[in-house]
Structure formats: C-alpha cells, structure tokens
Design a protein. Structure first.
Length: 251
C-alpha cells in the first residue's frame, strides 16, 4: 500500500529488487532472441526490466501488470520518454484474475511470485505453473525468487516475516522448476552489495520523507514501517536469504 504523499520507491532505486546494471543486462540477454515476440512482466512494478527487454529486442512488444497505480503510472511515463509507448501496455490489475489475449514468448516474474496469492508455501510453485500456462511451448521464464543462502537460526526467523518452509536452497529451487517441466538455462544470485544498495535506497525514501514531514499524521506509520524493514534486514535475512535469478525454458 502506498501512503499518501510519500515519495515512491522508484525515486531512489532503478529496479524493484537487488539487481545491478550489469546483472540486469545479462538476464535480459538470456531471454533473447525475441524477434517479433511478446513479453509479459507480472507483478512488474514500474516495469524497468520489461522496458529494457524491449529496448534490447526492438521488434518485440510487451505487457506489464501490477496492482500499484503509482508504479504503473511511473512505468508509463518512462515508456513514453524512451519511445516505447507504442510497443508496451502497462496495466493496473490483479495478476491472479488477469488474462492475456495471446501466449507470451517470454515471461518475467521478478520477486513477485506472491501476486497469485494463496498459501505462501505455494507461491513459487504457483508462479511456475501460471507462467507455463501463459507461454507458448519453448518460451522462456525469468524468475527472481528467494532462497536460503544458509540455514536461518531461530532468532533470525523470529526477526523476519518469512516461514522457514517458504523457501528452499538454490538447488531445491532449481529442482522445483525442473519438476514443473522447465529446463534450466542459467542460474545466478544477487550479491551482498546488490542487496545492500537496494535496502539502503529502499529506506532512504522513507527517511527523507520523515525529515520533510515531521508533523504529518502519517509520520508514525512511516517510521514504524522503516524501523520494521530495518529490523527484518539486519536481524533477519541479511546474508541468510538470497535472491536467485533463474532463466528457464518451458517444454
């Protein structure tokens, strides 16, 4: 939920997740060629990955779907500014209820497997199943998904809103994808530096807003949210929960 008047996250970060420019370029390249193809970005935020994919594939088209109206508006403005508005449709909708008008050649689900709802323990499996249903045979899925870099302690689990069973090891995540019929084309993970840059900039927007709006009726809510996020990170998932980027080919 976006609190009224707060600077959106995209004011401080490029991607809605721990992702460097160099890694983003590699991941996008792993989806190519896409000549004349169509790309879906589900839970897209402001759709930066989708827009860059279309820049790398100048005859492709794309659709991004997200429930956040502020993010979608920013994505649309970026598409217009970069000359991509004629090739991309960014839509405000619930991904779980949304249906495309044609199969995709590539699907991006980057840190957004929760958009299909349901039991958190099934989020990854739900994303793998849904993506297959949305792609043509042989299409490619770029999946950004959490995994345990190391076994979390009881104290770390208590400090973050993630049940132990929600994530697997990196090998377990790949095995799950293979069980769903995919073939692995590439696997890598966000670095500690990428996580730190993202988390620091994530918190920066809230802290800047608090300094500028000390008397706002939303100040207590925003301060609590920033403190909660910092606690999750430093007492919970830092160095424990990773983010894998898998490029997968559908059967």
């Amino acid at each position: 939920m976006t609190t009224p008047g707060i600077t959106p996250l995209h004011a401080d970060v490029t991607f809605h997740g721990p992702l460097s420019e160099q890694r983003a370029a590699r991941l996008i390249d792993s989806l190519l060629p896409l000549d004349g193809g169509h790309v879906l970005d589900l839970g897209c935020g402001w759709a930066e990955c989708l827009l860059r994919t279309l820049e790398a594939a100048p005859t492709a088209t794309g659709t991004g779907v997200d429930r956040n109206e502020v993010d979608i508006a920013h994505g649309r403005a970026n598409a217009e500014e970069r000359g991509l508005a004629g090739r991309v449709s960014l839509q405000v909708a619930d991904v779980a209820q949304w249906r495309p008008d044609r199969p995709a050649d590539a699907v991006i689900v980057n840190g957004a497997s929760q958009v299909w709802g349901g039991d958190p323990l099934q989020h990854t499996a739900n994303a793998l199943t849904a993506a297959r249903e949305l792609m043509r045979p042989g299409g490619r899925l770029l999946l950004g998904e959490g995994f345990w870099e190391q076994e979390p302690t009881g104290a770390q689990l208590a400090a973050m809103p993630v049940p132990r069973e929600q994530y697997r090891s990196l090998a377990g995540l790949v095995d799950l994808a293979l069980e769903h019929g995919y073939r692995l084309l590439g696997a890598e993970q966000a670095s500690r530096d990428e996580w730190d840059v993202f988390e620091n900039r994530h918190g920066l927007a809230w802290e800047r807003w608090l300094r500028a709006n000390p008397d706002s009726p939303h100040a207590e809510e925003v301060r609590a949210r920033a403190d909660r996020q910092r606690n999750y990170r430093l007492h919970g998932w830092r160095g424990v929960m990773g983010l894998a980027y898998l490029t997968l080919q559908a059967p």
